[in-house]
Ligand binder design. Structure first.
Ligand code: ADP
Length: 156
């Protein structure tokens, strides 16, 4: 059976922490789909199409061949199923992430029969999209924390 993982998130922006999770997951699954979510309750800060392109360029440059990027709205499980994904991929930074993710993972398993696979953030566990946005808004150089192509779209 082909193993297809669906890695969903706001990726607003996509950070080196997210990239590390994609790299790890791509080694474990036949294919990984990165799903950039349009979440109506969350304020959208950056252009999603541009973010998709920046992620695609990053993946290409790293010569990771089994990763695709898509934009979606609605339920993650519905989108994952559309792509034939049999597992959801998430990253864990700490106990707070675990508590939060466990609840979602349990719902996805109970309601949609989709299991979740967690990967550890390790030394990039301090990174979050909101931290990067906060630094960016205050004119701190964010290039150490995001892939080069993401830094480019964040240029002021
Ligand atoms: P969401 O809006 O769904 O929380 P995010 O884009 O913030 O989306 O994160 C998507 C996933 O990536 C989540 O599983 C989150 O825990 C994980 N993640 C975020 N930052 C990191 C990081 N620095 N290292 C590892 N995983 C991370």
């Amino acid at each position: 059976m082909e193993t297809i993982g669906f890695y969903a998130g706001s990726f607003d922006p996509f950070t080196n922490g997210h990239l590390q999770i994609v790299t790890k997951a791509a080694k474990c699954f036949n294919k990984i789909i990165i799903g950039i979510a349009y979440n109506s309750e969350k304020e959208v800060r950056l252009d999603k199409e541009k973010m998709k392109e920046a992620i695609e360029k990053t993946i290409k440059e790293l010569e990771i061949k089994n990763v695709e990027v898509t934009l979606y709205s609605g339920l993650t499980s519905h989108e994952a199923t559309k792509y034939g994904a049999n597992i959801l991929v998430r990253g864990l930074r700490n106990g707070t992430d675990y508590q939060y993710e466990e609840n979602i993972a349990e719902n996805n398993e109970k309601i949609f029969g989709l299991d979740t696979c967690y990967f550890r953030a390790g030394d990039l566990g301090y990174l979050s999209s909101s931290l990067v946005m906060e630094l960016w808004k205050n004119n701190v150089d964010i290039s150490p924390y995001v892939p080069k192509y993401v830094a480019k779209i964040l240029k002021k």
